[in-house]
Design a protein around this ligand. Structure first.
Ligand code: AMP
Length: 593
């Protein structure tokens, strides 16, 4: 079908032809005939990069009445970057309809300039929920004549906590308007909330519901948590042309991983909420124009980034909300390109892979982490390929080359190649010469966990004492330990009792019922890069405890102990609080890596 057969009018047709659109994309083929020929609510499940902006943008432009001056369409998007992009796209599609004015309003930019633009008239407003809410309350925007409302990336908007804003904004629009909801995923929660806004919708699904792109290969590497960063480096070295987003769970982890990559000589940078808007724009621009190969980002910060030719998405840590995985992996494999989505997981996290498989309706492949030699081989042939492809400016270098040929006459071809290649290749050989195998030997790891578990003893009130190899020297406090346990164990209702912190280790009394789960959860984990040891406290450790006290600085440690036992009580309360606190609070993670 052509755009014109789908019902696209002459002006818009000319504009999209100018943009080089020749044939409609699948989401456009499905949505355009519905919206150009009937007035209806609609839910469309489609990923970014599928052409969805034109799918809702073209009918919006075509269905408005340009004989009146009112705002007749409002399009809501979760981030300012997407908002600006949609406004630009719509302005392009409407370039031959002069009275179709499109005004973007979004946070982080001058509200005064936006007010001025609105005053001149806005047939279509494209907005982020926070800023439009603000402008509505100040009465700079009137949505009482709106006939079309579009919620783009609705799942993201709801996920980002904009539900109240959406309620307020849509309450300012007429009841009989039509609402279009575009979303990459449709978790039950989003479907339930969406049903408040949408009535008798037509439904369009591009690809499988909640599935990722068909062009994405999903792989996981099974490593110990302490080897996560080393595994990441192997991946980066194994794919020398990598152009990837590396997703982390927290801002501090994002910064830590990016700093480590930069320190180790990789072309990487961080993108997270602690950066100013100007810094974020700068990083994103460098990444967009490929001056950066790897962007280490949090989910929220990466939302505004539209890059369509990523080779890899790397889940340095899988997201807490596994639905988020679809968004992450959907950033590669766009526009008919193939992509790889990699998850670096430890034994304990493997169940998440199964849960994600159910959502994306695709299997993950378990791929062995490349060995040092695999990386060296790959780098070697990559270098040779570069030599084959390099452009040589014979005229300009000929006079030097003749001189060099004479000088190197004593070498044969093999010797010459070996030496040139070694120039670049030696650093890899050196780094990887004795590198360990990062793949987890599952049986051995499981046996180690079982051994630790077997030592757990419960006291008469059902508590068990655990040993942690973290103490004052690691700047650990009772609250931090409780946070660590909450964060590391999926179960947040574990009762925690007495906590004793020594110089180099600590004892924590925990509900005996969960002691083994805690031991297992901490197996292979790290705290500030230090491999953690958590096991049943036993007599031998108690001996160490006394020695440690003796070795410590007398009064000083006593003061600390007193202080800790005071805050320990707070910690106790805190842990009890955890039993009853609301779901959101429970989900909040303590940043510790
Ligand atoms: P979107 O999913 O709306 O962000 O679109 C992804 C990209 O595809 C954008 O760069 C659009 O300009 C482009 N695009 C959308 N529709 C078409 C089409 N029919 N033909 C070629 N490119 C398109």
């Amino acid at each position: 079908m052509t755009f014109s057969e789908l019902g696209v009018g002459a002006e818009v047709l000319q504009a999209i032809t100018d943009l080089g659109f020749e044939r409609p994309m699948p989401v456009q083929e499905a949505v355009l005939p519905i919206l150009l020929n009937s007035e209806t609510d609609l839910i469309a499940l489609a990923q970014t990069g599928t052409g969805k902006t034109a799918a809702f943008g073209i009918p919006t432009i075509q269905n408005l009445d340009y004989t009146n001056p009112y705002t007749e369409a409002v399009i809501l998007s979760p981030t300012r970057e997407l908002c600006v992009q949609i406004a630009n796209d719509l302005t392009n599609y409407a370039k031959y309809i002069p009275s179709c004015t499109v005004v973007p309003v979004y946070g982080g930019a001058s509200i005064e300039l936006q007010k001025k633009a609105l005053k001149k008239g806005a047939k279509i407003i494209v907005a982020t929920p926070g800023r439009i809410n603000d402008l509505l309350r100040r009465k700079y925007i009137d949505l009482s004549h709106v006939r079309w409302a579009v919620l783009d990336e609705a799942d993201e908007m709801l996920d980002m906590g904009f539900k109240d804003d959406l309620d307020f904004i849509l309450a300012q629009t007429p009841e009989d308007k039509h609402t279009l909801l575009f979303s990459a995923t449709m978790p039950d929660e989003v479907a339930r909330i969406a049903s408040n806004y949408i009535h008798n919708p037509k439904e369009v699904t591009i690809g499988v519901r909640n599935s990722g792109s068909a062009n994405v290969r999903h792989c996981y590497y099974l490593v110990q948590a302490k080897d996560r960063y080393l595994a990441l480096k192997r991946i980066a070295d194994y794919y020398p042309s990598i152009y990837a987003i590396i997703f982390c769970r927290t801002r501090s982890e994002t910064q830590e991983v990016a700093s480590a990559l930069i320190r180790d000589g990789y072309n990487a940078d961080a993108l997270h909420g602690d950066l100013s808007q100007a810094q974020r724009d700068h990083v994103m621009e460098r990444f967009r124009c490929r001056n950066l190969q790897m962007l280490v980002a949090t989910d929220v910060a990466a939302r505004g980034l539209d890059v369509s030719n990523l080779t890899h998405v790397i889940n340095y840590n899988l997201p807490d909300e596994i639905e988020q995985y679809t968004h992450r992996s959907g950033r590669t494999g766009r526009a008919d390109k193939t992509g790889i989505s990699i998850a670096i997981v430890n034994l304990r996290e493997r169940h998440k892979i199964k849960a994600i498989e159910k959502i994306i309706k695709k299997k993950f492949e378990q791929v062995p982490v490349p060995t040092g030699m695999d990386v060296c081989e790959k780098q070697f042939y990559n270098l040779i390929a570069k030599v084959e492809r390099v452009e040589v400016n014979y005229d300009e270098i000929s006079k030097f080359v003749s001189e060099v040929v004479k000088r190197l006459e004593w070498m044969d071809k093999k010797e010459l190649i070996s030496r040139f290649v070694s120039l670049e290749f030696n650093r890899f050989l050196e780094y990887y010469r004795n590198s360990p195998d990062l793949n987890v030997a599952e049986k051995e790891e499981k046996a180690k966990i079982e051994k630790k578990k077997s030592k757990v003893q419960h006291n008469d009130v059902g508590m068990a004492r655990l040993f942690f190899n973290l103490g004052y020297d690691d700047k650990i406090l009772p609250q931090r330990l409780i946070g660590l346990i909450n964060d590391t164990c999926d179960n947040k209702d574990i009762k925690i009792g007495k906590i004793d912190i020594m110089e180099r280790f600590s004892y924590v009394d925990v509900d005996g019922f969960y002691a083994n789960d805690i031991i297992e959860a901490f197996h292979g984990e790290t705290y500030r890069r230090k491999p953690l040891i958590v096991e049943a406290a036993n007599a031998k450790k108690a001996g160490n405890d006394k020695k440690s006290r003796r070795r410590s600085k007398g009064n000083d440690i006593d003061k600390k102990t007193a202080k800790e036992s005071r805050s320990n009580k707070k910690g106790d309360k805190k842990s009890k609080g955890n039993n009853t606190s609301d779901k959101k609070k429970k989900r909040k993670r303590v940043q510790y890596k």
